[in-house]
Design a protein around this ligand. Structure first.
Ligand code: NDP
Length: 475
């Protein structure tokens, strides 16, 4: 059992001033695996002070220095990749397949930023002015528990590339993963105060970051409900905000889709990270006349997905993160039944033999209409809602009939047609027939339309979120 009593402030692990202790529980067996002491407002203020002091010098650092630090951070995380993968399985049930990609992505994002940095137009002559891009100041980074270390790195890397210093408020449900990451940050040997982190509750430490006048920018990933309150709080001191929020993405199976490929793709898109992924394709839109074939294909494919121990390399669906999440998913399954949807596969309760942990049955609903709660609200578990449509127009209308707009998914044998449909989907990213590797170095932006967020992450787009312009006219 690991006990974490410190925060990372000004280059040191310092004892928490907050006293509340939280048990950390392995969701595969409900055993206590650690404890974390939660910070209070004073801890947060100490971290903000350190970041503000460090900003004075770091804002003036050269690109060569930042590139050196980004490389150091990459190396430090990559050196402990196996430990990161293991702790993810233990702390939130992250399955090996997903964790491997996510951990290597977390390290790689620092390398990618080195490349993106060379593409940022830091100086530009416009008319009589010189327009410069300058770091906004201290950034408060607030992250969720799913794929925690990737979420943190995907904010730290662009912030540091831009010349900002940071205070991280991770989810307390990811304290062990974060502690390991902080040890890597420490080993990377950056000057003190550039990276700081405080464990704590959202309404305590998170609240301090979103209201403190010395935080210039908040980058938040989490639920839409909390994102709205972050934005409200940030408004008081006119902070810049980036919000990466929830989703209820549609996966349109066009009428020409090859079900041999489309159904496995729908399961990958829907069940990734045990269904706890903001981008999951959870509404599966199916042509009415192909419903019988789609049902048969799901019936055949789902029982072959291994549900269970997340450390087994062939496990596809591990447990949900905690009891609250387990109960939430169960309640949505009940709501779906009450609203008249029909369970094709899965349903309430644990899969047989997995009663000891927060495992749920991968569940597929049919006879779903887009006005049902299971089609409108983010469930955050392995539950898919199959909705039928009569023609392409109706499929696009249903896909866009959502307050969210994070991601779209399309299956078709005609990529040109897929692209035309994608063009009409209101979402920040649309994947046609493929699961694009977001961790590559192309710097493709990700982020939401509508209530799925504001701003973009990855590449130059991600760095720009931490920069502001200054135009100097001289004669
Ligand atoms: P939450 O919104 O509950 O929490 C996210 C973070 O915000 C946590 O660190 C939380 O702390 C903190 N927080 C809570 N209340 C406040 C507050 N008042 N002020 C400041 N910070 C606060 O999300 P979850 O952690 O449950 O993560 C799941 C959600 O994240 C899903 O909706 C998912 O779609 C979304 N998400 C979006 C992604 C995207 O890129 N668009 C990617 C991944 C997830 P605490 O832990 O103490 O509550």
């Amino acid at each position: 059992m690991k006990t974490i009593t410190t925060h990372f402030i000004n280059g040191k692990f310092v004892e928490s001033k907050g006293k509340e202790i939280l048990d950390l529980i392995n969701p595969s067996n409900k055993k206590i695996i650690g404890q974390v002491t939660l910070g209070n407002e004073e801890d947060a203020r100490d971290a903000i002070r350190a970041a503000k002091e460090a900003f004075k010098a770091y804002a003036k650092s050269t690109l060569a220095e930042r590139i050196h630090y980004l490389q150091q951070l990459h190396d430090a995380i990559a050196a402990r990749a196996d430990e990161h993968i293991a702790i993810r399985a233990k702390e939130y049930g992250g399955v090996y397949l997903h964790s491997q990609a996510s951990v290597s992505g977390a390290a790689k994002v620092f390398l990618n930023m080195k490349k993106s940095l060379s593409e940022v137009p830091f100086h530009k002559k416009l008319g009589q002015a010189e327009v410069m891009l300058k770091p906004v100041g201290v950034a408060g980074l607030i992250t969720p528990w799913n794929a925690a270390i990737f979420m943190i790195c995907n904010k730290v890397a662009p912030a540091l590339a831009a010349g900002c210093t940071v205070v991280i408020k991770p989810s307390e449900l990811s304290a062990l993963q974060t502690q390991l990451l902080l040890e890597c940050f420490d080993a990377a040997g950056l000057p003190p105060g550039i990276i700081n982190a405080v464990n704590g509750r959202g309404d305590v430490v998170g609240n301090e970051l979103t209201t403190h006048p010395d935080i210039a920018k908040v980058s938040f990933t989490g639920s839409t409900a909390v994102g709205k309150s972050v934005m409200r709080n940030a408004a008081e001191t006119v902070k810049r905000v980036t919000l990466e929020l929830g989703g209820k993405s549609a996966h349109i199976l066009l009428d020409d889709a090859d079900l041999e490929k489309a159904i496995p793709f729908a399961l990958t898109a829907g069940f990734m990270n045990n269904g706890q992924a903001c981008i999951a394709g959870t509404r599966v839109l199916v042509p009415e006349h192909r419903l019988a074939d789609v049902k048969a294909a799901f019936r055949k494919a789902v029982p072959n997905l291994k549900v269970g121990n997340p450390t087994d390399e062939d496990t596809v669906v591990g447990p949900l993160v905690n009891e609250k999440q387990y109960n939430r998913v169960q309640s949505y399954i009940r709501k779906g039944i009450e609203e008249g949807a029909e369970i094709l596969i899965g349903g309430e309760g644990h899969p047989e033999g997995l009663e000891a942990g927060y495992f749920v049955k991968p569940t597929i609903f049919v006879n779903v209409t887009n006005d049902m709660k299971i089609a409108r609200e983010e469930i955050f578990g392995p539950v898919l809602a199959v909705i039928t449509y009569k023609n392409e127009e109706e499929a696009i209308r249903i896909a866009n009939d959502s307050v969210y707009g994070l991601q779209g998914w399309i299956s078709t044998t005609d990529p040109e047609r897929g692209k035309e449909v994608a063009d009409r989907i209101e979402a920040g990213i649309v994947m046609v027939n493929q699961l694009y590797d977001l961790y590559n170095d192309a710097g493709v932006p990700a982020g939401g339309y509508k209530q799925s967020g504001i701003g973009r992450e990855f590449g130059v787009y991600g760095i720009e979120e931490y920069l502001q312009t200054q135009a100097i006219f001289e004669k």
